[in-house]
Design a binder for this molecule. Structure first.
Ligand code: ADP
Length: 495
């Protein structure tokens, strides 16, 4: 008899979470744990792989206990994860040779620049849909191979394994039996040709990565072997894997071309489904694998903004002008739209569509009367303006969403979502279940295990909580966007 629950692991940048769902997609129990961020030098970000692993086993145990579930009650396990973050471990001992180099880490900027200077970016983009940026795994792998003693030789001898976090968890959960990843995670490494769906020899040579390191690439819903780890307490099939942003698109039922979701956590990630077309952006967006189901690839166009919810944390933790994130809503509500003050939260440079690693944050338009409330409100507005930049870039590439589905922690803020709809001039839909990412992972696993009909069932489960209709006059919108563009120009050194 098959189990009555699905278990989804969401291994994120700041925390790990396990959610247990009934087969009707109702969340039954969950557990979550934060783990430490390691900043060895400015611009470097690492995670201790053992801290990640311990947090995952602990929340998995915790969620199973809360649900009163034994291994035999669980039909399948799905995994979703922070993407691009890079690990290399020993195939025999399972021990990592270095900490995980996190997606935010900029240590390989010079390597990327050198490859650009050699004129290699066009080849990289045409094969991977990505850019030569430290954000992705390729140069992070090379950094470990070149900077940790003896690692390159061990890699060439086939003794080591590379993986993004999904592969690492899969390896550990299966007791070292399976070294695999899914096509969405592979598509973020700079080594995977998204058109042929294979690791690419030319790219491997460009980044000096031995093929022996690489995992097998499978569909998002596929057989990934049996979890045998003690934390599960029995054998349970692992049958779904997708990177977090792709899993969110699936959880938002973004199955049709043109469907677009925007996730507001630490950063903001907009992904539009472009169907079987790997649309290459003329506007600095990324082309990526949105999902691969039964061998069929659905592509996506993606824009990433590095600072969204974390700008609200900055107001709370650094400026200390709010006590909690929800307070930003009360303040904005009583302040109303701020027209003069612009906050540009380019704390880690600017992501899409600017890709300017050297830009830094700034506040413009202050007058003697400007106060805390203006800055708080303008910070919320900045997240909407940044989304607007991404959606405009998408529109110029021919993808004009008729509605945008939102999720992530920041969408609790109604004022923000109304302002977002207003400046985008596109309706914004918030679902009842804003936990799209874990739901997507659970469904991939459930479909493969045959306990839910199909992944497309998510469509019938998806329920709207609130629709935010654009209500702002065109002239005001244009004025605000002009002010924003002006502010962005001023933080960019090359302008
Ligand atoms: P992540 O998965 O990246 O850790 P979450 O999806 O949990 O992030 O979202 C948390 C983020 O949302 C935090 O950065 C927080 O500042 C922001 N946030 C939470 N509630 C609100 C709110 N009511 N208004 C504005 N921002 C919020």
């Amino acid at each position: 008899m098959k189990g009555k629950f699905l278990l989804a692991i969401d291994q994120g940048t700041s925390s790990s979470r396990t959610v247990i769902y009934g087969l009707d997609a109702r969340a039954v129990a969950s557990d979550q744990q934060e783990f430490p961020q390691i900043y060895p030098q400015p611009g470097w970000v690492e995670h201790d792989p053992e801290a990640i692993w311990n947090s995952v086993t602990s929340v998995t145990r915790g969620a199973m206990e809360k649900a009163g579930a034994a291994a035999s009650d669980i039909a399948a396990i799905g995994i979703t994860n922070q993407r691009e973050t890079t690990l290399i471990w020993d195939r025999e001992t399972g021990e990592c040779v270095y900490n995980a180099i996190v997606w935010q880490d900029r240590r390989t900027a010079a390597h990327c620049q050198a490859l650009k200077n050699d004129g290699l970016e066009a080849t990289v983009t045409s094969k991977t849909g990505l850019r030569l940026d430290p954000y992705f795994s390729g140069t992070k792998i090379a950094w470990i191979l070149d900077n940790v003693d003896g690692v390159r030789a061990r890699a060439e001898a086939g003794k080591l394994a590379f993986g993004t976090i999904d592969s690492f968890l899969l390896w550990r959960l299966t007791g070292g039996r399976v070294h695999a990843t899914d096509a969405t995670n592979a598509s973020r490494t700079l080594l995977f040709n998204i058109h042929t769906q294979e690791w690419d020899d030319e790219l491997l040579a460009m980044f000096s990565v031995p093929r022996e390191l690489l995992p097998d690439v499978r569909d998002c819903a596929d057989d990934y072997g049996l979890a045998v780890n003690d934390s599960i307490g029995g054998e349970v099939p692992i049958s779904g894997i997708a990177g977090d942003q792709q899993a969110a698109l699936i959880g938002q039922a973004g199955f049709e071309p043109g469907m677009t979701k925007s996730t507001y956590g630490t950063g903001c990630f907009v992904v539009a489904n472009t169907g079987d077309r790997a649309l290459q952006s003329e506007n600095q967006l990324l082309t990526t694998v949105a999902m691969r189901i039964r061998g069929e690839v659905t592509y996506g166009l993606e824009g990433s903004v590095f600072v969204a919810g974390s700008a609200i944390q900055w107001l709370r933790d650094e400026l200390r002008i709010i006590d909690s994130a929800p307070e930003s809503e009360e303040i904005a509500r009583r302040t109303g739209v701020v027209e003069e003050v612009y906050v540009v939260p380019a704390f880690a440079g600017l992501g899409a569509p600017y890709w300017d690693p050297d830009a830094r944050g700034a506040i413009f338009g202050l007058t003697r009367g400007s106060g805390r409330d203006d800055i708080v409100t303008a910070t919320l507005q900045s997240v909407a303006y940044q989304t607007c930049d991404l959606v405009s870039a998408m529109s110029e590439d021919g993808i004009k969403p008729s509605v945008i589905r939102v999720d992530g922690g920041m969408v609790a803020n109604n004022w923000f979502l109304q302002f977002l709809a207003d400046v985008l001039d596109v309706p914004v839909e918030r679902p009842e279940n804003v936990e799209s990412t874990v739901l997507g992972a659970a469904y991939l696993a459930g479909a493969q295990a045959g306990v839910v009909n199909s992944i497309a069932d998510i469509e019938t489960l998806w329920q709207r909580d609130t629709l935010f209709e654009p209500a702002m006059k065109g002239v005001q919108r244009e004025r605000l966007l002009e002010g924003w563009n002006d502010a962005v120009c001023r933080v960019r050194l090359d302008n």
